[in-house]
Ligand binder design. Structure first.
Ligand code: GLU
Length: 317
């Protein structure tokens, strides 16, 4: 089957080094396989994602050496999640038809107070507070505030083989709980939109940061109930400071604005990332397209990757 990959940034800020590593590996994987590469703008939360930031991302990607076969501004509205609400409405209606959705009136404070166990990514396991509300209770609560919509999850293990991290499994009922499909302000959740879009756009491989590994069982569940074919997944390592700490503001924002100003051209950054990720033996500057021929997922490590000191903004330390 022909490979189709994508980069799906959320334009709530300038892209940083972690995003560019994701774009780089997803692009290399597609180009090495002779596949199709897409750019989808994940601006679901349109208030936080102004159009200028999305346009800036395109400029940064082009500067870095990444091109795409479809999507982005050249493709028009269809590639912006903020313009795809009707498509998500249809998937929502299908979940509703199957009786899988229910309204949830819990406020943020109530979710905190429910003291459900925390997941490692800092989110809550939903305690199921609104799962069994009667029609009368729902009608009464609706008068006070608009509800979010949650999907009921099954009490069984969902397992998949990640191309980078190996086998990962989760019991959604135990490890996650019923999750949000549409927020109370009407904005669709990431989990629904990403599944509907990857399926509609014919994406066969999803490459993204390891911080999204825990989202994947939720997405696989949605693929299943919506009757859509799931892609394969590669959850790539996260970047850390040279001593293994999580990257923080102290290391400079490491966004593309800063890196473009500091290095002037992409080759030194590509060279450093390629060495850090095991694609090249040295940090020598190199053009991105020169990495296509030797690209292989087998060379990409699973664990976090410490950045070389040269790339950090040491003069601000
Ligand atoms: N829009 C998400 C982000 O920027 C990525 C989603 C995905 O690749 O599935 O973190």
């Amino acid at each position: 089957m022909a490979v189709c990959g994508r980069f799906a940034p959320t334009p709530s800020g300038r892209i940083h080094l972690g995003n560019i590593l994701c774009a780089m590996l997803s692009w290399l994987s597609v180009r090495a396989a002779g596949g199709t590469y897409l750019l989808r703008i994940e601006d679901l939360d349109a208030m936080r994602c102004p159009r200028e930031l999305a346009d800036q991302i395109e400029d940064d990607l082009h500067w870095f050496g990444i091109d795409w076969d479809a999507g982005g501004s050249a493709g028009g509205d269809a590639w912006y999640q903020s313009k795809r609400t009707e498509i998500y409405d249809r998937a929502f209606a299908e979940l509703e038809r199957q009786g899988l959705l229910y309204p949830c009136f819990c406020s943020r404070a109530e979710l905190h107070a429910a003291q459900a166990p925390h997941r490692s990514d800092g989110t809550y396991v939903y305690a199921g507070t609104c799962r069994g509300l009667t029609p009368e209770q729902i009608a009464q609560k609706r008068r006070q505030r608009p509800p979010a919509a949650r999907v009921r999850v099954p009490d069984r293990v969902i397992s998949f083989a990640d191309g980078c991290q190996g086998t990962y499994c989760e019991n959604l009922a135990r490890d996650c709980g019923d999750f949000i499909i549409r927020r109370s302000d009407g904005v669709y959740g990431y989990q629904l939109a990403v599944v509907v879009d990857d399926a509609a756009m014919g994406v066969t491989e999803v490459v993204r940061g390891r911080d999204l590994l825990e989202s994947t069982p939720r997405q696989l569940y949605l693929y299943e109930v919506l009757g859509l074919a799931a892609p394969c997944f590669y959850h790539i390592p996260l970047l850390t400071a040279p001593d293994g700490r999580r990257l923080s503001k102290r290391d400079g924002d490491l966004d593309l604005g800063l890196l473009r100003a500091r290095f002037g051209r992409p080759e030194p950054i590509v060279g450093m990332l390629a060495a850090a990720i095991g694609l090249r033996p040295t940090t020598q500057p190199v053009a991105l397209r020169e990495l296509i021929a030797d690209f292989s997922w087998e060379r990409i490590p699973r664990g976090d990757i410490a950045l070389p000191r040269e790339i950090l903004q040491t003069e601000r330390a």
